[in-house]
Design a protein around this ligand. Structure first.
Ligand code: G6P
Length: 369
């Protein structure tokens, strides 16, 4: 096992640091930067149907559901395709309306999650085209879907998902760009910019990882915080949910992720000097709104940890702690903003003496219903 950990104290840390390579593997052979095009071999046979779909339904559980939620933002923005995101467990037990005009996309690292598999089978029975984004090659979901795209992240052993998440999001971004191009709704220059930027993501993730020590230092200050709040808007709202989930899973600290604007409908009542608030402020068009949220938190003495673009001095001046990330396109920013949050939860869990790779009560793959 020590050999498999490749010199890292935990699989989770190894997997966090593997992300530049995992994302590069996921993009390899699929991104054609010179011609500004994307090839997803697994979708070739169903592409026409996908292009003409009326609606895409995404179903998943846990971290994969957070990727799915990001998928909604990406497909709507880049491909102008209406999307519904479902917890697989809710979809399967509800009278969900789905038929042959819809496409069902399931997202699953393991490809074995029982609820996700059941949601997929329900959609199939009702005649929908079914697609999968899986990491484990040959898994049940990968075999049962009509078509799909592998994430190629390599084996993920740590129960808390890290590289599976960023590679799922990479696949979703590629799918959304490809679909936007095929549907003729994505501006040529914008598509070109996104493809070039996707190609730079592994290098930018590397840059963030080079600063891991500053997050390790910061984690020391928050090790015994009883609660955490994570706030984000648009593309970084799912990242807020994912950051909170990571902390809960491995450090057993109660944490909630919220769309920043919803803070005033409840969580603001909890804010005092004991409450660290992680603000993910890396989306340009909502920056002013995030700044007012930060001010609202500060007025109540909450402690701000900001994950923001390295040029965003306005936010950095307001925050108590900063994790600057390289600038990127708004819709790709989750691929970067999620990294400091993984590290933060990892170091806090280690400081608390938690079993990082095998947290209590959790399983890597939930094959029971
Ligand atoms: C479990 C794991 C999570 C994972 C979820 C969905 O809860 O602990 O890390 O996100 O299942 O798993 P899947 O394999 O379908 O992505």
């Amino acid at each position: 096992e020590e050999i498999e950990k490749g010199g890292y104290p935990h699989f989770m840390l190894k997997e966090i640091f593997e992300q530049p390579r995992a994302i590069a593997d996921c993009l390899r052979g699929r991104l054609d930067v010179e011609n500004h095009s994307i090839q997803l071999g697994g979708l070739v046979d169903v592409l026409d149907k996908l292009v003409n779909a009326k609606r895409l339904v995404i179903a998943a559980c846990g971290t994969s559901w957070h990727s799915g939620l990001l998928g909604e933002y990406l497909f709507e923005h880049l491909a102008k395709l209406p999307v519904e995101v479902e917890y697989a467990s809710e979809f399967r037990y509800r009278e969900a309306l789905i038929d042959e005009d819809d496409v069902m996309l399931v997202v699953s690292q393991s490809g074995e999650t029982a609820d996700t598999l059941a949601a997929l089978r329900t959609a199939k029975e009702r005649g929908a085209l079914t697609l999968g984004i899986c990491n484990v090659v040959g898994s049940t979901i990968a075999r049962d879907t009509d078509a799909g795209v592998y994430t190629h992240a390599g084996p993920e052993i740590g129960v808390a998902s890290t590289k599976a998440f960023t590679t799922q999001v990479s696949v979703l971004a590629m799918m959304a760009i490809l679909l936007g191009q095929k549907r003729g709704v994505l501006e040529k220059e914008y598509a070109a910019r996104l493809i070039e930027e996707l190609d730079r993501i592994p290098g930018k993730v590397e840059q963030i990882l080079e600063n891991s020590e500053s997050i390790e230092e910061m984690a020391k200050l928050f090790t015994y915080a009883p609660n955490f709040l994570y706030l984000g808007r648009t593309y970084n709202f799912p990242v807020a949910l994912e950051g909170a989930l990571k902390l809960k899973e491995i450090s057993y600290i109660h944490a909630e992720g919220y769309p920043a604007a919803e803070m005033k409908h409840g969580p603001i009542a909890l804010i005092d000097e004991m409450m660290p608030v992680v603000v993910i402020a890396a989306t340009d068009h909502t920056n002013d709104k995030m700044i007012s949220n930060i001010e609202e938190v500060k007025a109540r003495k909450g402690r701000i940890i900001a994950i923001t673009g390295e040029d965003n001095e306005e936010v950095m001046d307001l925050a108590e702690f900063n994790c600057p990330i390289p600038e990127t396109e708004d819709c790709l920013s989750p691929l970067l903003t999620s990294i400091p949050l993984q590290l933060l939860s990892y170091y806090i869990a280690v400081n608390r003496g938690c079993n990082v790779d095998q947290p209590r009560n959790l399983a890597k793959s939930v094959t029971v219903e």
